[in-house]
Design a protein around this ligand. Structure first.
Ligand code: ADP
Ligand code: MG
Length: 241
């Protein structure tokens, strides 16, 4: 089985005047299809750097990133752009929905940018919205949606089409705990359908939903645990087995 994401000794150094800032140090990480990996760590530890490198949004200063088995460094700029449009879905904390487009148009946008005819892109967008329980919100603009609904639209946009890797940077950070849980549930649903996901979160309870938790400190991945608890740990005691 080809991993959807593989980081091999990946480093990222930024120049701050004469000083070098090590945002990420020789990070190794493998995400298999269907897996959700949670990333936890203090502010400034390199979590967003990890995601931007995994998402081909930045180039590492050392090591190699492979997406769906293909090393990014051996791909042309056009190939990387295609990968970002087709294979990788991004969810950011501030949603990044375009205010002038409806929910359905926001979700269909990556497919349209990828050259899919408008009708087909719209159908796929509506399908993704329906899967996230938002069929009746399709024609609304972002400012007519609640925070939780906006985040669900952002997730629909990240999984629309045939995405294989979803990268989410604190997708639950601005949400109340019930909405945060539903966001995690939606990403997990995508994983159960075969997508690999990397989710940055500060919430240990939400992280425990993941198949694996990775901790980052000062740019280094310092620990990996296999949580003993799963989603059932969030159920009331009497229904948990
Ligand atoms: P986190 O997401 O865990 O809060 P980041 O990955 O954003 O951390 O940042 C890791 C480190 O790299 C921090 O010290 C941050 O200041 C630094 N850094 C991130 N992006 C840049 C940049 N574009 N230029 C310089 N330093 C950066
Ligand atoms: Mg960050």
């Amino acid at each position: 089985m080809t991993a959807v994401l593989e980081l091999r000794g990946v480093s990222k150094t930024y120049r701050d005047g004469a000083e070098a800032v090590y945002a990420l140090r020789e990070a190794d990480l493998t995400v298999e299809p269907g897996q959700m990996v949670a990333v936890m760590g203090p502010s400034g530890s390199g979590k967003s750097t990890l995601l931007t490198l995994a998402g081909a949004l930045e180039t590492p200063t050392g090591g190699e990133v492979l997406v769906a088995g293909r090393p990014l460094s051996s791909m042309s700029r056009d190939d990387r752009a295609r990968l970002r449009r087709r294979v990788i879905g991004y969810v950011f904390q501030d949603f990044n929905l375009l205010p002038g487009l409806t929910a359905a148009e926001n979700v269909a946008l990556p497919l349209e940018l990828d050259g899919l005819p408008a009708g087909k892109a719209r159908a796929a967008g509506l399908d993704a919205l329906a899967q996230l329980g938002l069929a009746d919100r399709a024609s609304r603009f972002p400012d007519q949606l609640s925070g939780g609904e906006r985040q669900r639209v952002a997730i629909a946009r990240a999984v629309v089409g045939e995405r294989r890797l979803v990268l989410a940077d604190e997708p639950t950070g601005a949400l109340d705990s019930a909405t945060g849980e539903s966001v995690m549930r939606l990403i997990l649903t995508a994983c159960r359908a075969g997508v690999g996901a990397v989710v940055v979160t500060h919430d240990a309870q939400l992280a425990s939903w993941a198949d694996r938790i990775v901790f980052i400190r000062d740019g280094s991945i310092v620990d990996r645990t296999t949580p003993r608890t799963g989603p059932e740990s969030l159920l009331p005691e009497e229904t948990a087995r």
